[in-house]
Design a protein around this ligand. Structure first.
Ligand SMILES: Nc1ncnc2c1ncn2[C@@H]1O[C@H](COP(=O)(O)OP(=O)(O)O)[C@@H](O)[C@H]1O
Ligand SMILES: [Mg+2]
Length: 358
């Protein structure tokens, strides 16, 4: 039987979301075909053997226990072992369901490569690029996708001259601006700035999460996302679109995303045939621009002038009630099928790597 390591938890603010995803994936995986080794990453970053718990619910903020037995990943290849020396056997495929720093930014993918373990989903480069909004936007522009205008402020520039940075940021402030860390997620460190006097605090906040802040013009339009899946034959499939309707909050912030406060998902979004087909084209172009593999959720605004892309998520929310799987469910691919396709992709990538090494 093929042995799959389900890797979840992690140091990010989405630790609990990842635990709930792990439960969803664990339940959906065909246990007659695959043996699952559950690897939890604790909030302090330790890798432990942690069985998935059937009771985990997001509202209870589940966590990987620091008391679970620690694991040693096989650098250079070989078997997964407990620190006691007991072998858990060779891992044939890893299925990381981690979000944010060290999970979605290429780090875990690099580690798996060093351990010679093939994995599901995006590689080092695509993960790192998508995580960095400044880099990703440059690539989106290169392939002709519309993006909001921005000013980039690094911590060095800020420390050298706040007034010069603020003068640049001010140019973006019509009608309003979003200030965000270049590398973050879950809306952490993101502010909507309506008045010039609030720019400084917003930049300080963004720079407390990353060394680069982006001051970005507010896009006025409908917030719409779609999911992209790479089929085992390499074709890309784009799901129906979903719309985020934010009501009780200033924007789709952390509370709206995870605490169910003031945001509603409309699946599928009501779109004209012309808008739908332009969206599918743009989503595929974004996926390819970053060199994505396996899956990605692409996030847009539909404006009077057409689609504006905001970002690509290389490990989007993947609990059974997250946007990514729900959009595919509405498009005829259910959660179990999605998990199986991603696993097949992961094994397919391994074959390609082996062929190119021959
Ligand atoms: N330029 C923008 N115009 C309008 N809304 C924005 C803009 N940038 C961000 N937002 C709002 O803030 C939310 C979080 O920003 P985003 O860039 O997607 O960062 P994250 O990676 O944290 O999700 C978006 O879902 C959207 O509601
Ligand atoms: Mg986002």
């Amino acid at each position: 039987m093929q042995r799959i390591a389900l890797i979840y938890g992690g140091e990010s603010s989405e630790h609990s979301v990842s635990c709930v995803t792990a439960l969803g994936v664990f339940t959906a995986i065909d246990s007659t075909k695959y043996e699952i080794i559950p690897i939890g990453i604790t909030k302090t970053g330790r890798f432990v053997l942690e069985p998935v718990n059937q009771e985990w619910r997001l509202e209870d903020f589940p966590e990987v226990s620091e008391d679970s037995p620690e694991l040693l990943l096989p650098l250079g290849g070989g078997e997964l072992r407990m620190t006691s020396g007991i072998s858990l056997g060779k891992i044939h495929l890893a299925f990381p369901v981690l979000h944010g720093p060290n999970g979605e930014d290429g780090s875990i993918q690099g580690l798996l490569q060093l351990c010679k373990i093939p994995y599901v989903g995006n590689g080092v480069m695509a993960s790192a690029l998508a995580m960095d909004k400044v880099q990703a936007k440059a690539l989106f522009r290169d392939v002709g996708l519309e993006v909001a205008s921005e000013q980039v402020i690094t911590r060095d520039q800020w420390e050298e001259s706040k007034s010069t940075c603020l003068a640049r940021a001010k140019k973006i402030l019509k009608p309003d601006a979003f200030v965000k860390p270049s590398r973050s997620g879950s809306s952490v460190g993101v502010s909507l700035v309506l008045k010039e006097k609030d720019l400084e605090a917003a930049i300080e906040l963004a720079l407390s999460h990353d060394q680069t802040a982006m001051v970005e013009r507010r896009v006025l339009g409908r917030e719409i996302e779609c999911s992209v899946l790479e089929m085992p034959n390499g074709d890309l499939q784009v799901s129906k679109a979903g719309e985020i309707l934010v009501t009780g909050r200033p924007f789709y912030d952390y509370e709206a995303k995870y605490l169910g406060a003031g945001a509603e998902l409309v699946i599928p979004a009501k779109l004209s045939a012309k808008d739908s087909s332009a969206l599918a084209k743009a989503a595929m172009a974004a996926f390819r621009a970053l060199g994505c593999k396996g899956l990605a959720r692409t996030d847009f605004f539909l404006t009077k002038k057409g689609w504006v892309i905001t970002e690509v998520n290389t490990m989007p929310g993947f609990t059974p009630i997250s946007m990514y799987p729900l959009l595919f469910e509405a498009s005829g691919i259910n959660y179990q099928e999605l998990v199986e396709i991603l696993i097949q992709n992961g094994f397919g990538e391994q074959e390609l790597t082996e062929e190119s090494a021959d």
